[in-house]
Design a protein around this ligand. Structure first.
Ligand SMILES: NC(=O)c1ccc[n+]([C@@H]2O[C@H](COP(=O)([O-])OP(=O)(O)OC[C@H]3O[C@@H](n4cnc5c(N)ncnc54)[C@H](OP(=O)(O)O)[C@@H]3O)[C@@H](O)[C@H]2O)c1
Length: 315
């Protein structure tokens, strides 16, 4: 499997396990199945509401001693209600406590959006703080401190457009080391990838399979299916692989990390096996033609009349 390299020499396995929507009662088993079957990269976040159970899985697996903590890459994310400078490190410490870890490998600002501290998920415009009230650079400086304190090895962002990255980078010597964004054949984001590559920022692809288990409220009418796309399925047949494996391989082969979510033992194993074959020029050309700038996770749930957030992705 490919790895993504960081400036200090650290390496992250390109294929990791996503944990958004992995229910309590299922997520610990999923993490254990993943780690016991070769995954070395787990993607978490405070807002997924399941870090304590993921932590139980880590404690059990690392406690047995067959797999060492230092051989697994753990990412988590700062939720939008902890952007104020006094809230960043306490939120990180809560995540560490829940995950039963001394440090994270990577900590990301989850969204370039801030809520009031008491708000878990906003329902009205007044639940937000504007980026004038809590500038991203203020949050970022605390992320830098967390790294200096050894609480995290690497720091980055998520859901940042080129404009947001540029804005942040002009005010700091510590550029983000990662941008985690939605990426798949319907949303290929070539310009963002090029910008990140030029600036030494690694990229992780989220919702690589089309995030089919989101709630109905989060879905648009008539969303296109990636897993049922005829081109993807034709390529899958050619390689004797599944559609999911083609989508995961496409991301890995492009040089990004990719974090498919599954709580199903067979699919968890199948997804890691995507590393075992290569897409050829013809496959890549056909997949390149599928781009139609379609987002599954639109960020529209953060845009409310009367708040200061609009067009979060600048596209
Ligand atoms: N930074 C962010 O803002 C952000 C946003 C979204 C996602 N993420 C991260 O990215 C991860 C992945 O994205 P996602 O959860 O949105 O969706 P996804 O990985 O694109 O899709 C997950 C869905 O695909 C199914 N699935 C998994 N493997 C499959 C396979 N081989 N064949 C067919 N179906 C398969 C899963 O069902 P089963 O579980 O039943 O297998 C689930 O319904 C998240 O879990 C999270 O860690 C981050």
């Amino acid at each position: 499997m490919k790895t993504l390299k960081f400036e200090n020499g650290d390496q992250m396995d390109a294929i990791g396990l996503g944990t958004w929507k992995s229910e309590k009662g299922e997520v610990a088993k999923a993490v254990k199945v993943a780690l016991n079957n070769g995954y070395k990269h787990i993607d978490c976040a405070a807002t997924y509401g399941n870090e304590a159970e993921v932590g139980e899985a880590f404690a059990e697996v690392f406690g047995k001693g067959d797999i060492r903590r230092e051989d697994v890459w753990v990412t988590s994310k700062l939720w939008n209600n902890a952007h104020k400078k006094e809230d960043v490190i306490p939120a990180l410490k809560q995540t560490l406590k829940d995950l039963q870890l001394d440090y994270l490998d990577l900590y990301l600002i989850h969204w370039p959006v801030a809520f009031k501290p008491e708000v878990s998920f906003p329902e009205k415009a007044d639940d937000f703080l504007s980026l004038e009230e809590v500038p991203l650079i203020e949050t970022w400086k605390e992320m830098v401190k967390a790294k200096e304190q050894g609480l995290v090895k690497h720091i980055g962002v998520s859901n940042f457009s080129i404009e947001k990255l540029e804005e942040l980078m002009k005010d700091t010597d510590h550029a983000p080391e990662m941008n985690q964004v939605e990426l798949h054949p319907y949303l290929q984001q070539d310009k963002l990838l090029e910008f990140c590559s030029k600036n030494g920022i690694n990229v992780t692809a989220y919702s690589p399979l089309g995030s089919g288990d989101r709630s109905d409220e989060m879905k648009a009418d008539n969303e296109p299916s990636l897993l049922e796309n005829p081109v993807i399925n034709k390529i899958a047949k050619k390689h004797g692989a599944s559609a999911g494996q083609i989508l995961i391989k496409w991301s890995e082969q492009r040089g990004t990390a990719v974090i498919p979510k599954s709580t199903n033992e067979g699919r968890i194993k199948e997804n890691l096996q995507s590393a075992g074959f290569q897409l050829d020029e013809e496959d890549l050309k056909q997949i390149a033609d599928l781009d139609d700038h379609f987002r599954y996770v639109t960020g529209k749930f953060f845009e409310m009349e009367g708040n200061s957030y609009e067009n979060i992705y600048n596209d």
